[in-house]
Ligand binder design. Structure first.
Ligand SMILES: CCCCCCCC/C=C\CCCCCCC/C=C/C(=O)SCCNC(=O)CCNC(=O)[C@H](O)C(C)(C)COP(=O)(O)OP(=O)(O)OC[C@H]1O[C@@H](n2cnc3c(N)ncnc32)[C@H](O)[C@@H]1OP(=O)(O)O
Ligand SMILES: Cc1cc2nc3c(=O)[nH]c(=O)nc-3n(C[C@H](O)[C@H](O)[C@H](O)COP(=O)(O)OP(=O)(O)OC[C@H]3O[C@@H](n4cnc5c(N)ncnc54)[C@H](O)[C@@H]3O)c2cc1C
Length: 661
């Protein structure tokens, strides 16, 4: 029986068409749909006991699943796209994420043609397994501060890789702890006693015969991490080198080279390309944020439609909690954010491919913008997604705290995204640097392009005032864009003015960093809003689909406007009356979206297997499933628990004795 059938009947749009918009294309939808069902129907990919397994058992099971996934990919002759979808739907962090997601891209992006020819075929066949070994015990954010050394030995034409201090131990790389045979290791290059900064080196870590660490290599897992199951399926590792020798041609030499006679040569490409793998992964993390958030929102929306509390009249049913405005005000902005992040993720993938093509043609002009966008959007989307998953847990009341809701594990898996691939605050400071540079160049005749083109309208934006007179005026895209542009430009200019009061700019930057981070957030929010609005300019087929997306877009920007009202009012672009009208419009949009809420999350097309949540299951049959699941918990295997005779019974006896006294 479908307990959400009435909700589904209320939908005012074509759900099948929305599924295609969400997937990105009909082809992408068909691949995703087919592969997600293939995984869901295969008992080899079951994950329902994951949060109950001890670490060793959990990890072994992950190794089994990764090997099984590889076998299925081969047996079914899956394409690269299908294989990547399969890994996604298997939904278990594993060493393979780092192998495919960072080791291979690092060699592709930073290796010469010759190096790619040698190493990529081995990696593609998984005859070697690699990780990305950059972070150390003492330094993660400050990449220039890494201490591992790679000293060129001209006698033997080798680099000597060494960990000179405890803090130079590599610490965190995923897949390193127990599995990787190789790593792209980042180290400080030294030639003839002279330092040349951080470079990547391909280093073999374990024997391909017996998997033992090679001489001079000390390697292991760094231990249990936050949450049950969750990211503990990953072997994040520690690694030390004791004068390990590798051939000279294992330095990744696309950006700079070391010749046989020990000369250091820099190519004409910017040296920041050494950081290129991080830019690539940040872009994939943005593309992924909408998946994690939409998953939590699916659970919270379906459950909110099933759950009833209070409000029964004349013995009738109680109110569905989704009908409370407070619930809508917490849930619908997250639903809207999931769609917003999907579209900005699509755009960022386009930007990344564009900058990659330009780099190949030696056009480096858009690299700073690509860095700022990937860093800023990674920070914005992961912070909002991690907070959003936790909010969804609270939206599900007490039952959200059960592992069977799927939300605790989803949060525990997702929350490190705020830290890995760059701490979110550190990344926003990079965006702020980019903004301050842009403001300082405004008078120089250099026209700001792309996502900072609005800075070119600075004079207009500094003067202009909002013209909204009634709530519906907030539905005009041009009005909304101007509001977000005026806020972003005014916050950036205010920071720049304050910075100019300092004689030492670095000191000023440090002192004003909290304000700079807020200016960076305003800039990034403008990007997300403008890409959502751009999406709505496209031809979107399907009955009612565009109208629903317009409503969601409105909820996204009006919620931001309400939340950051202080910014908008402080920059004098808006009056308090206009801010109040924005809030009226926001409430009206909640009412418009309400009958479509369940259908809007159905449009994500997630299987029950992928959701892994009793509260979010498609049929909404929550209570019997919760009740049955409780009895399946291993603690209920016996009526009297293990330990009763040892620890509880003596206590009870003792209490009797004390009572007598
Ligand atoms: C139950 C299951 C649920 C499933 C849920 C699914 C969730 C999974 C999600 C997604 C899947 C993805 C899997 C990911 C796996 C994660 C693995 C993690 C890996 C890592 O963390 S690897 C290590 C990453 N480390 C970092 O990111 C370090 C951060 N630090 C830096 O990037 C830099 O050091 C810095 C940028 C902070 C500063 O560098 P530096 O001091 O050298 O630079 P500055 O002096 O500030 O700047 C110099 C100059 O360079 C420009 N610059 C800096 N960086 C870049 C860059 N990357 N590209 C281009 N340009 C760059 C900077 O702007 C300056 O320019 P100007 O001189 O000002 O012009
Ligand atoms: C689950 C997980 C997986 C990971 N996988 C990998 C991997 O595969 N390979 C790899 O190499 N690394 C990996 N990492 C490491 C990760 O990239 C780093 O932890 C991350 O870059 C943050 O660096 P940090 O730990 O040095 O934090 P720190 O920089 O020490 O941050 C601590 C605090 O200081 C603040 N801070 C730091 N610098 C500044 C500044 N300049 N201004 C203001 N505030 C500042 C930060 O905001 C933060 O609040 C992983 C980490 C995690 C958690």
């Amino acid at each position: 029986m479908d307990y959400l059938a009435d909700e589904r009947k209320k939908a005012e749009f074509d759900v099948d068409e929305m599924k295609i918009v969400w997937a990105g294309s009909r082809h992408a939808f068909e691949v995703s749909d087919r592969i997600s069902k293939l995984v869901a129907n295969d008992p080899g990919f079951r994950k329902d006991t994951r949060t109950m397994l001890a670490r060793k058992e959990l990890f072994k099971n992950t190794l089994r699943k990764a090997a099984y996934a590889w076998k299925r990919i081969h047996d079914l002759h899956l394409s690269e796209e299908e294989a990547s979808r399969l890994r996604f739907y298997v939904d278990e962090p594993a060493y393979t994420d780092l192998h495919w997601g960072m080791f291979v891209p690092a060699i592709k992006g930073q290796g010469t043609d010759e190096q790619q020819k040698k190493w990529l075929p081995l990696a593609y066949k998984m005859q070697i397994i690699g990780c990305y070994a950059q972070t150390e015990l003492g330094h993660g954010s400050n990449v220039q501060g890494l201490e591992t050394t790679a000293t060129f030995d001209p006698q033997t034409d080798e680099f000597v890789i060494h960990s000179p201090t405890l803090t130079s131990s590599k610490w965190w790389p995923g897949g390193l702890g127990k599995v990787s045979t190789h790593g792209v290791v980042y180290a400080r290059l030294i030639i003839n006693g002279e330092e040349h900064g951080i470079h990547g080196f391909i280093v073999q870590l374990r024997s391909l015969e017996d998997h033992l660490p090679l001489p001079g290599v000390t390697v292991g897992d760094i231990g249990m991490k936050f949450g049950n199951g969750a990211y503990n399926t990953m072997d994040n590792g520690v690694l030390r080198f004791d004068h390990v020798r590798i051939p000279r041609n294992q330095m990744l030499m696309r950006v700079s080279q070391v010749t046989r006679d020990g000369k250091y040569k820099q190519s004409d490409v910017p040296r920041q390309l050494v950081y290129g793998t991080m830019v690539y992964v940040r872009q994939t993390i943005v593309a992924d944020a909408s998946c994690a958030l939409s998953r939590a929102v699916t659970i919270a929306t379906r459950y909110s439609a099933v759950r009833r509390q209070f409000g029964s009249q004349n013995g009738g049913p109680e109110t569905q909690v989704i009908d409370y405005k407070t619930q809508q005000n917490r849930l619908f902005p997250l639903l809207a954010s999931a769609y917003a992040f999907k579209f900005v993720g699509e755009w960022l993938t386009w930007l990344y491919n564009d900058v990659t093509q330009r780099l190949q043609a030696s056009d480096f002009s858009t690299l700073p913008e690509a860095h700022a966008c990937t860093a800023g959007l990674k920070s914005l989307t992961t912070t909002a997604t991690a907070d959003g998953i936790e909010e969804c847990r609270k939206l599900c009341g007490g039952h959200g705290y059960l592992c069977s809701s799927g939300l605790p594990e989803l949060f525990a898996v997702y929350v490190p995204a705020c830290t890995y691939e760059g701490d979110n605050t550190v990344l926003l400071l990079q965006v702020a640097r980019f903004l301050m540079k842009t403001v300082s160049q405004l008078g120089s005749g250099k026209k700001p392009l792309g996502t900072i083109s609005y800075m070119g309208k600075i004079e207009h934006l500094m003067q202009s005032r909002c013209t909204v007179q009634k709530a519906e005026d907030w539905l005009k895209p041009s009005q909304v864009l101007e509001a977000f542009e005026a806020r972003a430009v005014k916050m950036a200019v205010s920071c720049a003015k304050n910075l100019s009061k300092f004689t030492n700019p670095e000191e000023g930057f440090a002192e004003l960093s909290a304000d700079l981070v807020e200016a960076a957030v305003a800039h990034c929010q403008l990007i997300v809003v403008s890409k959502f609005i751009d999406k709505l300019q496209q031809d979107i087929p399907g009955k009612g689909v565009k109208q629903q997306l317009e409503a969601l877009c409105g909820i996204y920007y009006l919620y931001l406007l309400h939340k950051h009202q202080g910014d908008f009012l402080a920059t004098s672009y808006l009056t308090p009356k206009q801010a109040a009208l924005a809030n009226d419009q926001l409430r009206a949009l909640y009412t418009k979206v309400r009958p479509n809420a369940v259908a809007l999350v159905d449009s994500f097309n997630y299987t029950d297997h992928f959701l892994g949540s009793i509260l979010g299951c498609y049929d909404g049959n929550v209570y019997p499933k919760l009740y049955d699941a409780a009895w399946k918990d291993p603690l209920n295997d016996s009526v009297v628990p293990e330990g009763y005779h040892e620890y509880v019974r003596p206590l009870l006896k003792q209490q009797l004795h004390t009572a007598k006294l």
